[in-house]
Design a protein around this ligand. Structure first.
Ligand code: 5GP
Length: 188
């Protein structure tokens, strides 16, 4: 997809439910030089999630001990749970000369920007509207009512941070949004 020699680090952020996880999977499937960085989280796995594939699911105690060991490039507390990108999972991808895809929030992106040596490309994905986001969160039905409400509350704060990103895309249609991302990657 991309022509560069230094590995690309593509950061995808969005309000929860805007389609970023689907988009990152599509990128990885369409170009095997891209690997998704598997994060650690203290969130409980959803029914379809697999440990070591979707996340490394760990206890809060374990997460905090990894933090003490400085094992993360970045981390964030989101809706009561911790999430973090471990240095080892990124280094594993880089060792295989692959490009890295990060599915992280704006707080994580802010921390990664501090590593000036990284070839970062930052993309923020917006849902077409808050109403559409609500519909998607309900349709996904992985989260309870309370969790959906919290995610909607976070929406306004999340979109405030979209201006910190190099590219902002609206996910009206998953295929056209995916094409836009491919274009961005090709130009880097
Ligand atoms: P979910 O619980 O729906 O899987 O993810 C909630 C939010 O956490 C999403 O916005 C996702 O991008 C973010 N997230 C997942 N992993 C990480 C991580 O390692 N670091 C940060 N900062 N955010 C993450």
């Amino acid at each position: 997809m991309s022509n560069q020699s230094k590995p690309l680090m593509v950061v995808l952020s969005s309000p929860s439910g805007a389609g970023k996880t689907t988009l990152s999977k599509k990128i990885q499937q369409s170009d095997n030089s891209f690997k998704i960085s598997v994060s650690h989280t203290t969130r409980k796995p959803r029914a379809n999630e697999v440990d070591g594939v979707d996340y490394y699911f760990v206890s809060e105690k374990k997460f905090k001990s990894l933090l003490d060991e400085n094992a993360f490039y970045e981390h964030s507390k989101i809706f009561e749970n911790y999430y973090g990108t471990s240095k080892s999972s990124v280094n594993e991808i880089l060792k295989n000369n692959c490009n890295v895809l990060f599915d992280i929030d704006w707080k994580g992106a802010q921390q990664l920007r501090k590593f000036k040596e990284l070839n970062l490309v930052t993309i923020f994905i917006l849902p077409p509207s808050k109403e559409e986001l609500k519909k998607r969160l309900i349709a996904r039905s992985q989260d309870g009512e309370e969790s959906i409400q919290r995610r909607l509350l976070a929406y306004s704060e999340d979109i405030q941070h979209s201006k910190e990103y190099e590219h902002v895309l609206v996910n009206d249609d998953i295929e056209s949004c995916f094409k836009e991302i491919k274009k961005i990657i090709l130009n880097n």
